[in-house]
Design a protein around this ligand. Structure first.
Ligand SMILES: [Zn+2]
Length: 316
């Protein structure tokens, strides 16, 4: 049974950073956002974290052979049809039920089986004890809950909703498309609603008995070493001093990884500064900051975030 550390949370919460650092541990293999593998990699042949096109990456070629006898044997249309019928945020209440109707359970398990085959093959090819899927989507985590061949351990990454909202307003190019496309943007009101919905969905998953460990982005960056030890313990993998030698004072030294999809940070190799991104405190306009603070107030409070961390910037 494949042991999977599933990194969940709303995008721009720091999941890629957590994945990159956790993926440096010798018994862990970071796979990126597997939810996008079917379209962006198998179909569109985008770049792997190692820089090669997906089809040219030796690691992924071996995983495909091991999992499916080659990626050409994956019916991507079938994966998409199953996704549309089971993996939607609006289906989470149904997926969170104690039991599923037989027909739905069959679809859920068939969809999950594509993922579990990738996880098991990646563990075998890499020799890792645990693989990381940083797909983030709460609906996919609820789907994987029903898989019988996945040892699912969810890490729920939360970040101050106002920092997340500010990040979603910024323009970021997608380097894997050689600059022709940008990452999605959301208005602060929209991202505030998504922040509530996705974070609540992980709370619900925990109440259904799935192991869910919550970490705060801000806390992670204030002591990455301690948080990584805690996560390694949770994932059941060693994190000795020598295993953490890649962490320096305020930086991490990253090796080449094979993340299939995700935030552009997946391409970073070498020294990565570890700095908390608090730009929103100065840059998010006061009205947007109050809107997001109000919409997200109950959960911000529950996660221990101050509602008024600093004085709101003066409006012109
Ligand atoms: Zn690669």
């Amino acid at each position: 049974m494949a042991r999977v550390v599933y990194l969940g949370g709303l995008g721009r919460s720091g999941t890629t950073l957590v994945e990159r650092l956790l993926g440096e541990l010798p018994s862990v293999c970071a796979l990126g956002e597997i939810v996008h593998l079917w379209q962006r990699d198998i179909r569109d042949n985008e770049r792997c974290g190692c820089g090669a096109r997906f089809a040219a990456c030796t690691f992924w070629r071996r995983v495909g052979e091991q999992a499916f006898g080659g990626w050409h044997n994956v019916d991507v249309d079938r994966v998409h049809a199953l996704r549309d019928s089971v993996e939607r945020t609006r289906f989470i209440p149904r997926l969170a039920a104690a039991q599923l109707p037989a027909a739905q359970l069959a679809d859920v398990r068939e969809y999950a089986s594509y993922y579990s085959r990738v996880y098991a093959a990646a563990a075998e090819v890499s020799g890792a004890e645990a693989v990381i899927d940083s797909s983030k989507h709460s609906a996919l985590a609820h789907v994987l809950r029903w898989a019988e061949d996945v040892d699912l351990r969810v890490v729920h990454v939360v970040r101050d909703a106002r920092g997340v909202a500010y990040s979603w307003t910024k323009t970021v190019a997608r380097p894997e498309t050689d600059g022709s496309e940008e990452m999605t943007r959301y208005s602060p009101g929209r991202s505030a609603l998504l922040w509530n919905a996705h974070n609540a969905a992980f709370g619900l998953l925990a109440r259904r008995g799935v192991p869910v460990r919550r970490i705060r982005y801000e806390q992670f960056l204030s002591d990455p070493r301690a948080t990584l030890r805690e996560l390694a313990d949770y994932a059941g993998v060693p994190a000795e001093d020598a295993d953490l030698a890649f962490l320096g004072d305020g930086y991490a030294d990253l090796r080449v990884g094979h993340s299939a999809a995700g935030n552009p940070m997946r391409f970073t190799v070498g020294r990565l500064p570890l700095r908390r991104d608090d730009a929103w405190v100065r840059a998010l306009p006061g009205n947007q900051r109050r809107l997001v603070g109000a919409v997200c107030a109950p959960m911000l409070r529950a996660y221990g975030y101050p509602l008024n961390p600093v004085e709101a910037p003066q409006e012109a």
